[in-house]
Design a protein around this ligand. Structure first.
Ligand code: ATP
Ligand code: MG
Length: 252
């Protein structure tokens, strides 16, 4: 990485505990402008904690975070205005329709009426939710629900998007559709940090970091990581299992 200004997202030696649980144990990573960075790791690895720190919802106990060069937890919220978050768990209003959810989130972001109308049309188009505007969020399929959450996070035109397990519980066809949608956003100049427990999704990212027990134990381009471990890039599970086994062996 050359210039510091190309780092849209950065964690520097971040530590964060919850009681006796050390969720992050000195994690450093940087995501470049226009990059799709995959934070891959099993349940409890610390993925959500990292996302919450980068979105300014949680402060690190040690180390620091920056989003577009500023502290994401800054009270004036400069970073938050340029950052979108698709949280892991259901955050939409189940009793509200697709359109009502979009309206609600637009009001939170303070979008003007004409801006909202233009944005609504564009987002309904790219998510292909246009035919379902009257449907209650709770009545949407898993994939459609995730797309609506994504649309709500994109209303204010963020430069950087954090997606916490956006494809979890989504069928393979919808998963592919969601990824195509994400590539479209990157094509428009957005930077993405995507967490996933699915090892095979690593191959879809420009770079991946393997988070394990609160530490980043491997990082690199998917193909290079696969090559270094003598396995096919289509078999990421083996890459990561090998890295984890080696690390656990050392620890023992
Ligand atoms: N608010 C909290 N209170 C107590 N423990 C927490 C809290 N948040 C996270 N933890 C713990 O910190 C560790 C990391 O959790 P985190 O949610 O960041 O992992 P994750 O990688 O997102 O896991 P998952 O794939 O299950 O979403 C876990 O052991 C979790 O139980
Ligand atoms: Mg999580």
């Amino acid at each position: 990485m050359s210039a510091a200004e190309t780092r849209d997202l950065e964690l520097r030696d971040v530590r964060r505990s919850f009681g006796a649980t050390q969720a992050l144990r000195g994690v450093s990573l940087a995501v470049r402008q226009g990059e799709v960075y995959g934070l891959v790791g099993p349940d409890g690895a610390g993925k959500t904690t990292a996302m919450r720190i980068l979105s300014g919802l949680l402060r690190p106990h040690e180390g620091s975070a920056t989003v577009l060069g500023v502290d994401p937890a800054h009270p004036r919220g400069e970073a938050r205005e340029r950052l979108g978050l698709v949280p892991q768990r259901n955050t939409l209003y189940g009793d509200l329709s697709v359109d009502e959810n979009l309206h609600f989130f637009a009001s939170l972001f303070g979008l003007s009426r004409p801006d909202f109308e233009a944005r609504r049309e564009r987002l309904l188009h790219i998510t292909r939710l246009g035919r379902f505007t009257e449907r209650r969020a709770d009545a949407l399929s898993g994939g459609m629900y995730k797309k609506l959450a994504l649309a709500c996070a994109l209303l204010h035109r963020p430069r950087v998007l954090l997606l916490d397990e956006p494809t979890n519980g989504v069928d393979p066809v919808s998963r592919r559709e969601l990824w195509e949608l994400l590539y479209g956003l990157v094509h428009e100049g957005m930077t993405l940090l995507v967490s996933t427990p699915y090892m095979d999704e690593a191959a879809r990212c420009h770079r991946v970091g393997l988070l394990y027990e609160g530490q980043l134990i491997a990082e690199g381009e998917p193909r290079a990581l696969a090559r270094a471990h003598g396995v096919s890039p289509s078999d990421f599970e083996s890459v990561f299992l090998a890295i984890i086994a080696r690390r656990d062996g050392r620890a023992a």
